[in-house]
Ligand binder design. Sequence first.
Ligand SMILES: O=P(O)(O)OC[C@H]1O[C@@H](O)[C@H](O)[C@@H](O)[C@@H]1O
Length: 284
Amino acid sequence: MPNSENPQSTNDFLIASSADGAQVKVSLHGAHICSWCTPDGVERLFMSPLNSWRSDSAIRGGIPVVFPQFSNEGPLPKHGFARVSLWTLLETSRQIDGSGLIRLGLSDSEETRSVFPHAFSLELRVEFSGQELNTELLVTNTGDQPFEFTCALHTYLSTQLAAAAVYGLAGHQYRDSMDERRIKQEDAEVLHIREEVDRVYFAVDKPVTLSDHQHSVIASQAGFADAVLWNPWETGCAKIADLKLDSYQHFVCIEAAKIQHPVVLAPNAVWRGAQNLECVPVAV
Ligand SMILES: O=P(O)(O)OC[C@H]1O[C@@H](O)[C@H](O)[C@@H](O)[C@@H]1O
């Protein structure tokens, strides 16, 4: 939870690499993946140049962890408190197969219980090598009463929006936050973003691909039933202090999420959700 009286800097990164040269930077503030470079040195995540790097704010870009509430859909601060909490490093290591691994944890505290009166522990497990990044969120109910939550991995994928297309959402229903949360049916096999887009696609069980003229990123998910597609366009950037007016041209958020049907977690039960990202060069 943030301390606005004494904000700390959040750009003190844990840096881990895989044997083949992929690299990930994580901040303990929010267990936030701030950078993911594939072995060719190319950054795959967007990070806002106007990010404040203060512990009383969420980091703008990378992969924020949204828990225990998606957006403003409940009584908590927007997107919950995990993204503005100080997490603990559990492990950083190199696996036998050469992949890098970082594990971070967060448990309930007096501060979290004041807004979310439940005992829980979270683990974020980040494993990567070559062209892939796998991020898994584990939620354990450490109390003696069930509790309910929604969550997401709010991934900002770096792209050139003008050349970008999103594939894999045709046939799904979605809730359109730009149109009074109406439920609609996606018919487009290929989506080009030409305006502010803020949608929750339901029951996404196949990969979603973001392609531009240079590369594709294939986003697969397990445990997370829904996928959010968000780009604020210039209109949204104008309202967000830590985005430049043209920042929307450089990312698309494809978020692995659990929103439509919140998780109800029994005592001692563990819920897992994972997002796997794989980069594939576009043949020229
Ligand atoms: O500005 P925030 O709190 O990081 O949220 C960014 C966006 O996050 C998305 O997940 C929501 O669907 C959008 O409605 C929201 O604007």
